[in-house]
Each structure stands twice: as C-alpha cells, then as structure tokens.
Design a protein around this ligand. Structure first.
Ligand SMILES: Cc1cc2nc3c(=O)[nH]c(=O)nc-3n(C[C@H](O)[C@H](O)[C@H](O)COP(=O)(O)OP(=O)(O)OC[C@H]3O[C@@H](n4cnc5c(N)ncnc54)[C@H](O)[C@@H]3O)c2cc1C
Length: 493
C-alpha cells in the first residue's frame, strides 16, 4: 500500500539525497520558511561524508575534514556544531617505495629522496613542458596529454601514469583532460616555475590543474569523526520545520515537464511505499539514476547519454588496531599499493575505544561487486600483508575490520563525457521543475564546502523559482498522521 501525504504540496520542495549538498540545500530552504522534505536512502545522513558507528567506534567513509576556504559556510557549520567542531592542522604525507614525502609534494623533499639523475630529469621535463605549453598553447586531447603538460613527461612516467591507471582502472589516454583540470593539484614547484615564467612575460592563461594544495592549513573535524556534521545539519533542518526521511530510496519522479507538480515515490527499507507531491525538486542523486526515475520517460538520446556517465566505486576498510598510533600524519597517500590512502582519525582528535587502540580508514577504488568490494579472502590477505610491509600494523594487531561501500564514489571523466553531460543537463533544465546538483548530480568533484556551496546556490535558485522571499513565510508542518509518526520513528533510527 502507498502512503500519500499531499496536504501541503503547494510550495513544498523535495530534496533528494542527504549528502552535505542536499542537507545544506534543505537547511537553507527550511530556514527561509519553505516546506521541505529531504529523502535519503541510507539510515545515516551525510552520503560520502557520513560516519558510521561500528562496535564502539566511528568509521568515516574515507576520512573527511572540512576546509575553511568558504568563510560563510565555515561560520554556519561552526555555529551549528559549537563545541563539537575541532580545528586540526593539516599534516599529510605521501609514501612511495619506502620513502616519505610531505603532501603536497615539496621540491625540497624530492631533492632529498629522489636519486639526483631522476630528479634532474623530472625538473628538466617540467621546464620543457612549461616552455612547450607557452609556445604551442594547445588544449590537451586526453588526460595523458594533460598530465604531461602539467608535470612533464618524466614525472608523468615516474609518478602519475601507473597510479592514475590503477586508480581509475582506465589508461590516462582514455580519460578526458577535464579530469586533470578539475582534480589534479599543481605541484608547488610547478607554481614556482609558472610564476618565474610570468615574471619574464611568458604568461599563459591555460595553466591546467587546480592550484597546489596549501602547505599549511586548518581543517575542521570532530571527536566522532565525520559523523557529527551531517547529524547536526539534519537536526537543524528538523528544528527549522523540515522533514528528514532517512532509510528511504527514491524510486520514481512523476510529472516533470508535463505538470507543475512532481510526485516523488520512495520506499523504506521494509518495502513500504510513500509519495510526496512537490512544486520543485532538487536532486543530488547520481545523474543516470535520476534519468531512469523520470516519468514521462525521457527521449532515447537523453537516456543513451545518461548511460554513458559512469562512476568508480569506493570501498573503505575500517580497522580497529591494537596500537596507540600507527601513522605520524592525519593521512598518508600510497602510490604503489592496493589502497591509495590511509587516514588515522585519532591523530585528528577522534576518540577511540579502547583508548590505547587506534582506528585506520583504508581507502581503495574498486568496481561494485568485485573482490575488494565484497571483501573476499584474497583482498583481506593482500591488505594485511601490505599493511605489514608498510609497517602500519601486523595482522594480529587488527582487532576489528568493517567494510563501508559507496558504488558512486568518483564520477569517471571518460573521453567525450562532456557531450553526454551537456545532453542530460539541457534536458533536465528544459523540464523547469528539477535542479540536479552536487557531486553526483552535477558530475563533478567538489570538496564538502564546495558541495554545500552548490546546495546554497540550488536553494537560492529554488526560492527564485517559487517566487517567494524568505521574509514573512509561514512554516507549515506535516499534519499528525500515522505516516508522519512512522516517518519520525524512522528518522530516529
Ligand atoms: C574518499 C573520499 C574522501 C573525501 N575527503 C574529503 C575531505 O576530507 N574534505 C572534503 O571537503 N571533501 C572530501 N571529499 C569530497 C566530499 O566527500 C564530496 O564531494 C561531498 O561529500 C559530496 O556531497 P554530495 O552531497 O554532493 O554527494 P553525496 O555525498 O554522494 O550525496 C548523494 C546522496 O544521495 C543518496 N542517494 C543516492 N541514491 C538515492 C536514492 N535512490 N534515494 C535516496 N537517496 C539516494 C546517497 O545515499 C547520498 O547520501 C572526499 C571524497 C571521497 C570519495
């Protein structure tokens, strides 16, 4: 049986997905007095930035710390979190063939650790690449060309080629150059070379790569790890009168493009079905899933384009380890291991239980359903032996092992994806009553503050569409119905 609540559909906004983007959208709207329902598949809010309690400890879905670059968002989050927010100084490393480098990569560290001949080749390669960029000024055709433009061929071959291939399970020549422009940081040394060339009048507006990460930076975390921020956001939405439906999967969106209402169908984990009518919908769901849910069914060309947009999955092995401390950093990147990063949240102030144990968050990319995803015997054995080889812990020190998964971890920027993305985005725009945003919905790589900024923007556009101002709005609450009671119970789980 379907439980329908349509008493206040007028002006209601449905927000799909309670990752940080959806949560921020819903909070902005609820704070402006808009009746809002946010619907999330998982029983815990936060999406990629969620933290889960397993046993006596919290495990992040990949260590998540908030950057302070967006001052307005930082202020809002700190206000909401109060004492729960703790500042942490960035301390990250890269480990490669037994050597440790500071992250972001510093020229001085490389000079001390890389054999002089290799180092000279890399620096020369970087200079040649820079000079070539300035003379030719052509756009790279794929990620391999973009990486060579960015780092020079020797450093690409030496450091990035194999890692990139393994990370994406795709050769860099098969990836779009957009992946490099939006995801790969420039090296600190590259910025130095670029500014030196600018000083002698060889500027180039097409410098690719995001700016090099800051060498020193304050990040924001909590004693429970990533868990706290989404929880606090979800509570703030409820306090502002919004409805937070957790453990509910959206299955269908009926009406966009043909009526001015959208009927959102979703079901909880027991299979009970619900519907909400809304005037507008902000979706942060993966784009291909959103397209599949639409009724009327989108044109074949749109469905085909959406089918070309893929995601790389991520699996986290959360380990409770019988050691006071395993790493001397917040997190360490590994270039030639099955895992690409290990975080130790205790080093960022997270409580662990017992206190003489530590939690490790081991991140790997994978394909949903493969051995890593399933946590098969081979993966566990290899993981234990690689951790021991790196001196992180011995197999007998691993007391608990918890697997956390996300099928849609990283949008894959395969060659030509831009065209498919444009087709899908233009179609959604033409419907008039849906906005698709966030990491999965806009198919991009924001950090948490970036995803929340996208949420704030989506809320602003929604308010405009609803043609309502924040001032003087009433805040309708759901009527007291058995369904609303059931929803409230689910939200406490
Ligand atoms: C391993 C890793 C580490 C990271 N570390 C950091 C960091 O330290 N600092 C930082 O700033 N950023 C970090 N990021 C980036 C950041 O986590 C994300 O970009 C951000 O959280 C994206 O938020 P979002 O809301 O846009 O997307 P998501 O978090 O993906 O939210 C989408 C939501 O939709 C839900 N959903 C999907 N299908 C349905 C359905 N049918 N019905 C209902 N709900 C559905 C999902 O469950 C999810 O909650 C990291 C990312 C990764 C992968």
């Amino acid at each position: 049986m379907t439980n329908r609540i349509e008493a206040d559909a007028e002006g209601r906004v449905a927000v799909l997905g309670a990752g940080v983007c959806g949560l921020y959208t819903a909070l902005e709207l609820a704070s402006a007095g808009v009746p809002v329902t946010i619907i999330e598949r998982e029983t815990t809010p936060g999406g990629l930035a969620a933290g889960f309690k397993r046993g006596d400890n919290y495990y992040d879905l990949g260590v998540h710390m908030l950057h302070g670059f967006d001052k307005e968002i930082l202020r809002r989050i700190k206000d909401l979190m109060g004492d729960e927010s703790i500042p942490v100084e960035l301390n990250a490393k890269i480990r490669w063939f037994g050597k440790e480098f500071r992250y972001p990569l510093q020229f001085g560290d490389m000079a001390c650790s890389v054999p002089p001949l290799d180092l000279a080749r890399c620096v020369l390669g970087l200079l040649v690449a820079e000079a070539g960029n300035r003379l030719k000024n052509t756009d790279p055709e794929n990620a391999e060309e973009a990486l060579i433009q960015l780092y020079g061929r020797p450093l690409y071959e030496f450091f990035f080629k194999e890692f990139t291939h393994r990370y994406w399970d795709t050769h860099p020549a098969q990836l779009s150059s957009a992946f490099v422009k939006t995801k790969m940081p420039r090296l600190v040394i590259k910025d130095a070379v670029v500014s030196a060339l600018r000083r002698v009048g060889l500027g180039n507006s097409a410098d690719s790569g995001v700016p090099s990460a800051l060498v020193s930076e304050t990040l924001y975390y909590s004693r429970n790890g990533a868990e706290a921020m989404p929880r606090v956001l979800a509570n703030a939405i409820r306090e502002a009168g919004g409805e937070v439906m957790l453990g509910c999967s959206v299955t269908r969106l009926e009406g966009p493009g043909v009526t001015d209402r959208i009927r959102v169908s979703f079901e909880d984990q027991t299979g009970r079905r619900f519907e909400r009518d809304a005037s507008y919908c902000v979706s942060t769901l993966p784009l291909p899933r959103l397209i599949e849910m639409l009724d009327p069914v989108p044109p074949r060309v749109v469905r085909g384009a959406a089918g070309e947009l893929g995601y790389r999955s991520i699996v986290i092995y959360g380990l409770l380890v019988r050691r006071q401390q395993a790493l001397d950093a917040l997190y360490v990147y590994f270039r030639n291991r099955m895992f690409h990063r290990i975080g130790e949240p205790k080093n960022a102030g997270m409580k662990t239980c017992p206190s003489d144990h530590t939690v490790l968050i081991v991140e790997m990319t994978c394909s949903a359903g493969d051995g890593r995803w399933e946590g098969d015997e081979d993966t566990r054995k290899q993981l234990a032996s690689e951790l021991e080889e790196e001196g992180v812990c011995t197999p007998d020190q691993i007391v608990e092992q918890h697997i956390l998964r996300c099928a849609e971890g990283y949008p894959i920027f395969s060659l030509g994806f831009e065209r498919h993305l444009r087709t899908v985005a233009e179609y959604l725009e033409s419907l008039g009553t849906i906005r698709s945003t966030g990491r999965q919905g806009a198919f991009c790589y924001p950090n948490m503050h970036g995803a929340m900024r996208m949420g704030a923007d989506a809320a602003g556009i929604t308010l405009e569409k609803l043609n309502k101002t924040a001032a003087g709005r009433c805040r309708p609450r759901l009527p007291d119905t058995p369904e609303a009671d059931a929803a409230a119970r689910m939200n406490r789980s």
